[in-house]
Design a protein around this ligand. Structure first.
Ligand code: CUA
Length: 364
């Protein structure tokens, strides 16, 4: 009885299911195109990657939506009615035709996508006409900071190093990515390209920045407690401005005393509380991980500074900032605090921070 009814209705249900699936698919695709998935395109590679994404959306949304519609429709339409609890429904012996169709269609779709993505990958990895002039940047990932080394640019006989990334616009840059501890992932979302930093090997990719400005550099691989703070900034400069930046890096000895020094005058111009709570764009904010009463921060990742520093001298506090491994507070693991504060803070900022933290920790 029940068997009969199900067979008779199934014929009529297929077009209904497909119609619902088709409407839902169009709605799903329309919805997905209203979402702003990516930041601004800032590299020559970004456009092709975004187009690939759009095509993947158009191809994959129908698969997901139609399957959901068929399942949802069937659950509702063919549910057991009162009195049918003990009926098994008609036996199903499979359908060769259906199996051929649902194997062949995905196989064709996947094959097409494989060739298309392969073409995109080949294009975005294409080397520039002259790789000898291409700029190279060695990216070092370490818990929890990125540093950048320019092997082709020498300062006092050493490769130029920077804790922020600077690149000239419209020139191909090849990044050689290394890790000094665990797996990180070097990603500038505005450039789209992304690669793991794996201990023991060097990975790489190249991009051509096409847009001036500053863009976040993030770590895209969970690498420990400070993962979320493993952020830096990429600066894309006009080629002339990049040359000027390199030139300024070549004479830091002349610039440093003016900006730094230990005099109280220089210290007074730094807003230490703001620095503690917000960082300075390069140095991660202390307050992100530490509790300090005066600053009103309640971070739990690192020790409460009012507790652990209340007996410390200013010199000890300074050491704890620039060399966090020197002394690890009881109950905390080492290697979590960024090791680059000596570079990411100016001398004046460091002085101001030491005084500020000392005063607050000794106030109680
Ligand atoms: Cu490094 Cu996440």
């Amino acid at each position: 009885m029940g068997e009969h009814r199900n067979r008779a209705t199934a014929k009529r249900d297929v077009p209904v299911m497909l119609a619902i699936g088709l409407i839902a698919t169009l709605a799903g695709i329309a919805l997905s195109f209203t979402i702003d998935w990516f930041p601004v395109q800032a590299s020559a590679q970004a456009d092709q990657i975004d187009t690939l994404w759009d095509i993947l959306i158009v191809v994959s949304v129908p698969v997901f939506v139609i399957v959901c519609c068929v399942v949802g429709y069937s659950v509702f339409r063919f549910r057991a009615r009162p009195g049918e609890e003990d009926i098994d429904g008609p036996p199903i012996h499979g359908s060769t035709k259906l199996e051929v169709i649902w194997t062949a269609i995905p196989a064709i779709v996947i094959t097409g996508l494989v060739f298309y993505s392969w073409g995109v990958l080949r294009d975005i990895e294409k080397a520039p006409a002259s790789t000898t002039k291409e700029m190279r940047v060695i990216v070092h990932g370490v818990q929890f900071a990125w540093t950048f080394e320019y092997p082709g640019i020498k300062v006092a006989g050493q490769p130029l190093k920077s804790d922020q990334l600077f690149v000239p616009k419209d020139e191909s840059v090849k990044f050689l990515v290394k890790s000094e501890d665990v797996i990180h992932d070097f990603w500038v979302p505005a450039w789209r390209m992304k690669v793991d930093a794996v201990p023991g090997i060097t990975t790489s990719y190249r991009i051509t920045p096409t847009r001036l400005g500053t863009y976040p550099v993030v770590c895209a691989e969970l690498c420990g407690l400070g993962h979320a703070f493993m952020r830096q900034t990429a600066h894309v400069l006009e080629p002339a401005a990049f040359v000027a930046w390199v030139a300024a890096k070549r004479k830091p000895a002349a610039a440093a005393p003016a900006a730094g020094g230990t005099g109280s005058g220089a210290t007074a111009s730094v807003d230490a509380k703001k620095l503690f709570v917000e960082g300075n764009g390069t140095a991660t904010a202390c307050g992100a991980c530490h509790t300090l009463q005066g600053a009103g921060t309640t971070g739990q990742t690192g020790p409460n500074l009012n507790e652990v520093l209340k007996a410390d001298t200013k010199a000890q506090i300074r050491t704890s900032i620039v060399d966090p491994q020197a002394e690890i507070a009881k109950g905390y693991a080492g290697g979590i605090m960024p090791p680059n504060y000596a570079d990411s803070l100016s001398a004046a900022e460091l002085d101001a921070l030491v005084n500020y933290i000392y005063d607050d920790a000794h106030a109680g």
